[in-house]
Design a protein. Structure first.
Length: 369
C-alpha cells in the first residue's frame, strides 16, 4: 500500500520538514508543475492499438508534440498577451478536443480499422495537428500577438518542412479532411443574397471571422455530419459533444453569430434554447430554465423529443454576482453538469431522470418530515 500525505501551512508555504518527520514522501502535485506530459501520455492511450503499434505513426505524434507544442506555449507566455488569461493545460486540452473532431471516427473502439484507414490517419495526422494547434494555442492572443505568432509558427513549419500554404497567415486556412487539402476560409462561401423584405438591422454579412467561428463551433458540437435520419442511440455516437466558450470584447458579434448558427446552421435533430445571465441570476433560476424546456417521455423520464439533442446557449456567462468567497453558483452548476454529466437538487416530487440526449440530470428525492 502507498499513502500520500499533503501538508500546507496556513500562510500557503508547505512545511517539507514536518512531512519528512512523519516518514512520508513529500511530493508537490500542483497541475501546473506536472506539465503537459501526463495529459499527452493519457491521450495516447485512446489511440487504437493498431495505430499505437505503428512505430512510424507514434514517432510522428511524439515529434510534432516536441517540435511545436512546448515551444509555442513558451513563446506565448514569454512575449505575448492574451485577451482572456488561460493555463497551459487548458490550451493543450483544447487542442486535443479540436483534434478529436477529426480523429473520433478512427478512435472508435468498436470499429476495426482497415490497413487503408491506418495509412490515411498517419498521412493526414500532421495536417490535423497543425490546424488544431492554430485554433487552440495560437488563437487566444491579441491581434498584435497573432501577427507575431504567425511569423514564429511559420518558422517552425519551415524548419520541419511541413505541408502548409506559404501565402497569407496561418489564420487564413482550414484543413478539409474530406478533400485532403488546405483551403482558404473564404473559398466556397456562396454570394450574399439579401432578401429585400428583411430589415436593414437584421442583415448579417458573413466575414472571415464569423465563418471561422461558426465552423469551429459546429465541428466541436456536432462534427458537421448530417444526422437527421439517425436514431437517438446512433446520434450520441456521431456528434462530438464538446462544450464551447466564445470570449471576446463587447460588440464583436458573438451572440448574433452563435444564434444564427444554432437557428440556421444546425441539423433539424438539434433543439436549442438560450439563457441570458444577469447579476441576479441564481443557481435555482438556472436549473429551472433548463428543466422547463424538457418534455415528459414516460414516468420519471424527461428530455428533448426522441431522436433529438439539446444545445444550450448561455449568454453573458460572466454576469452572475460573486459570493463572499468568489464563487458563482450558476457557473458551478453548469461546470458540474459538464464534468460529471449530472447535477443534484432538492425537489418536491419523486426522483426524476432527465435525458438531454445522452446525458442525464438526476434530481434528488426530498425527504418527508
Amino acid at each position: 500500500f502507498f499513502f500520500f500525505f499533503f501538508f500546507q501551512a496556513e500562510d500557503g508555504i508547505r512545511d517539507v520538514e514536518r512531512s519528512r518527520g512523519l516518514g512520508d514522501v513529500y511530493k508537490r502535485q500542483d497541475p501546473a508543475n506536472l506539465g503537459l506530459e501526463p495529459i499527452f501520455k493519457s491521450w495516447q492511450l485512446l489511440i487504437p492499438e493498431k495505430l499505437r503499434a505503428k512505430k512510424s505513426f507514434m514517432n510522428k505524434v511524439n515529434h510534432l508534440f516536441e517540435h511545436y507544442v512546448e515551444p509555442v506555449i513558451y513563446y506565448l507566455r514569454k512575449h505575448l498577451k492574451e485577451t482572456v488569461v488561460t493555463t497551459d493545460i487548458n490550451l493543450f486540452v483544447s487542442m486535443l478536443k479540436v483534434m478529436d473532431t477529426f480523429l473520433a471516427p478512427f478512435f472508435d473502439e468498436e470499429k476495426k480499422l482497415t490497413p487503408e484507414e491506418l495509412e490515411e490517419v498517419e498521412k493526414e495526422y500532421e495536417h490535423i495537428f497543425l490546424f488544431s494547434l492554430i485554433w487552440s494555442l495560437c488563437c487566444t492572443t491579441t491581434l498584435e500577438g497573432r501577427a507575431r505568432l504567425n511569423l514564429y509558427l511559420k518558422e517552425l513549419i519551415q524548419k520541419d518542412k511541413a505541408d502548409f500554404p506559404e501565402d497569407g497567415t496561418i489564420y487564413d486556412y482550414r484543413y478539409t479532411f474530406a478533400k485532403k487539402q488546405w483551403e482558404h476560409w473564404l473559398d466556397g462561401v456562396p454570394p450574399l443574397d439579401v432578401d429585400s423584405r428583411v430589415e436593414y438591422a437584421d442583415v448579417v454579412v458573413p466575414t472571415i471571422d464569423s465563418i471561422r467561428m461558426k465552423h469551429i463551433i459546429k465541428e466541436l458540437v456536432c462534427g458537421n455530419r448530417p444526422v437527421a435520419e439517425e436514431t437517438a442511440q446512433s446520434i450520441s455516437q456521431v456528434i462530438n459533444n464538446k462544450p464551447v466558450l466564445t470570449p471576446g470584447p463587447t460588440g464583436t458579434g458573438k451572440t448574433i453569430n452563435v444564434t444564427e448558427l444554432l437557428s440556421k446552421g444546425m441539423d433539424k435533430c438539434y433543439q436549442w434554447f438560450g439563457i441570458t445571465f444577469s447579476a441576479q441570476t441564481s443557481e435555482n433560476q438556472t436549473q429551472d430554465a433548463l428543466d422547463t424546456k424538457l418534455e415528459k417521455r414516460r414516468a420519471k423520464l424527461y428530455g428533448p423529443q426522441i431522436g433529438n439533442k439539446f444545445v444550450v446557449f448561455v449568454d453573458d456567462l460572466n454576469m452572475p454576482k460573486k459570493e463572499e468567497y468568489g464563487t458563482q453558483p450558476p457557473l458551478e452548476l453548469l461546470r458540474q453538469y459538464m464534468d460529471c454529466l449530472l447535477y443534484t437538487s432538492d425537489a418536491a416530487d419523486d426522483s426524476l431522470r432527465v435525458d438531454l440526449g445522452g446525458r442525464r440530470i438526476i434530481k434528488k428525492k426530498k425527504k418527508k418530515k
